[in-house]
Design a protein around this ligand. Structure first.
Ligand code: GLN
Length: 251
């Protein structure tokens, strides 16, 4: 089970956000506190962020553990952003440890991450064969999460909102097969996430919003997101609603 995190607020350096907190994503890559499946997240990682004047995010990925990437640690000290989405990976058995499988995935102005797994993936893939959106390389990565990304991209390109699409993908996937479907996405101005089988936390402090698989410090403002919920956040704050109230029944 991976750990993922998204931030929206005043610009922070990637170092401040991902390395400095006591239980940062970097620390979570080898010592997560709330992880129920898998012990470490050593099968790659990725960071996506938005840069002023550029509509599409910048995305950096590696197949190696986050803790082994000294060059990123150096660059992260001088890269800052007001919107960041990052993930550390514990590969689901059966899928390769390859950079193409490290999240976040990206398409257009979006970043996307899936924390979880599709059980009986082969059967689900068969049902959804051909879904891979053309011109979206990440939607064809050899990992279960890519299928969920393809479903989300399809809905977004048909006009579904950032958050509504995530709710619909989680609901449809859960109806097709058991699994864990914690999804996280951003378009640079909003964040959306589902809590669907794994831990999810939200921290709003009036200035910034963080949605993360687990708290990266012991700040009292972290609150758990109930399973079966959709979180939507923007500069004004966050709302939590039941997935089933938002999901479109047959996306
Ligand atoms: N199933 C995805 C993968 O293999 C996500 C894994 C996870 O959440 N641990 O990368």
């Amino acid at each position: 089970m991976c750990r993922h995190l998204a931030y929206l607020g005043p610009p922070v350096t990637l170092h401040e956000l991902l390395h400095v907190p006591e239980h940062s994503l970097l620390t979570q890559s080898y010592a997560p506190r709330r992880q129920k499946h898998g012990l470490v997240n050593a099968d790659g990682y990725g960071v996506g962020w938005y840069h002023p004047g550029r509509a599409r995010p910048v995305r950096y990925r590696r197949a190696a553990p986050m803790w082994a990437d000294a060059s990123f640690a150096e660059v992260a000290q001088v890269v800052s952003s007001a919107c960041v989405l990052a993930a550390v990976r514990s590969a689901t058995p059966g899928f390769p440890v390859d950079e193409s499988c490290a999240q976040p995935f990206t398409c257009d102005d979006r970043l996307f991450s899936h924390n979880g797994r599709i059980d009986a993936f082969a059967a689900v893939e068969e049902r959804l064969r051909g879904l891979g959106e053309s011109g979206v390389p990440d939607a064809r990565a050899p990992v279960d999460s890519a299928l969920l990304f393809a479903m989300a991209v399809r809905l977004w390109r048909r006009g579904s909102p950032l958050d509504g699409a995530l709710a619909s993908v989680a609901a449809r996937a859960a109806a097709l097969a058991p699994g864990r479907y914690n999804l996280l996405a951003t378009d640079g101005v909003r964040l959306a996430a589902t809590a669907c089988g794994d831990s999810l936390y939200l921290r709003c402090d009036g200035e910034s919003v963080v949605i993360a698989s687990e708290p990266f410090d012991d700040d009292a403002r972290w609150r758990p997101v109930p399973d079966g919920s959709l979180v939507t956040a923007d500069a004004h704050g966050a709302v939590i609603r039941p997935i089933k109230e938002i999901a479109c029944p047959n996306p």
